[in-house]
Ligand binder design. Structure first.
Ligand code: ATP
Length: 273
């Protein structure tokens, strides 16, 4: 792997160092992953199905334990302190919030109740109210439906609610797992544009896992590409957007996606012919 120079020289607020993850004591899923996220950056983690992206997020948020997963080598630090040996509730207390894949709002609670749940550890009622107004400003549809049950929201609105609920906790870093999943192209555009606004206006550090490379690469500062539990490429947004292999494997429209490994052997074969 090349050195993620920009991310690391910018003093990463989150460092993942050579992390290996095993599920059920035997299934090796992450095979020495290293990455850095600098303060205020949006960093994208891209890769095909099953590459290990969600597992990386769960290793950071501590949610691996509930799935019989374990970090067997390496470590993760946040703001200079090791978190990979801490329980998930402590990682949340330190300010890392994961917005799970598939939204996971509480369906039989109202929108407002879901948002309040995000702020349940906070005692500063006035500030909580101000933050709820801020969430409604980012997501006006949630204000319109504030008294309605979350279960009746559309998929896109539930995604917005999941992000809004995380914001109510005043996170120091947000881990977003596939915010575009299951959304129509128009809604994907809207959700990404709001995520970008939140990053710029709040200076909120984000690690974004996405299969929709087109959107994720355009909005990130730095990106990592993962295959089979390893980082195979990293670089700034412009480096990745202009990289021929990335264009061919991840940004091509409609063509069958080739993995980097296959792409390399395909190019070798092409040279030999
Ligand atoms: P996707 O984009 O499909 O969500 P991903 O890149 O996020 O994929 P992961 O969900 O991290 O990939 O999965 C990586 C590998 O680990 C897959 O082979 C998956 O089957 C396996 N895996 C994930 N969770 C578990 C689990 N709880 N127990 C055993 N194996 C798991």
């Amino acid at each position: 792997m090349s050195q993620p120079a920009e991310a690391f020289t910018a003093e990463p607020v989150l460092s993942v160092n050579n992390v290996e993850v095993v599920y059920d004591d035997v299934i090796l899923v992450l095979r020495g992953v290293s990455m850095g996220v600098a303060k205020g950056q949006v960093v994208a983690l891209l890769g095909a199905n099953g590459a290990g992206k969600s597992t990386t997020l769960k290793a950071i948020s501590g949610l691996l334990h509930s799935e019989d997963g374990e970090i067997t080598r390496g470590n993760i630090s946040f703001e200079g302190e090791t978190v990979s040996d801490r329980p998930p509730e402590e990682i949340v207390r330190r300010g890392i919030f994961q917005v799970m894949e598939g939204r996971r709002v509480i369906e039989d609670m109202t929108v407002v109740e879901n948002l309040r749940l995000g702020a349940f550890t906070r005692r500063d009622r006035e500030a909580v109210k101000t933050d709820m107004d801020m969430v409604f400003e980012y997501f006006p549809r949630l204000r319109e439906r504030s008294g309605g049950l979350a279960g009746y929201l559309s998929g896109g609105e539930q995604q917005m609610l999941a992000i809004g609920r995380a914001l109510m906790a005043r996170p120091r870093m947000l881990l977003l797992d596939e915010p575009s999943m299951g959304l129509s192209p128009m809604l994907v555009k809207e959700v990404f544009s709001i995520i970008g606004r939140i990053n710029r206006e709040q200076g909120l550090t984000m690690l974004l896992v996405e299969q929709n490379a087109n959107y994720a690469l355009r909005m990130c500062d730095y990106g990592y590409i993962m295959e089979n539990g390893k980082i195979v490429l990293d670089g700034s947004r412009d480096e990745l957007l202009n990289n021929e292999d990335v264009k061919e494997s991840y940004l091509g429209g409609g063509e069958e996606r080739r993995s980097f490994k296959n792409l390399k052997s395909y190019k070798r074969r092409k040279r030999w012919l």
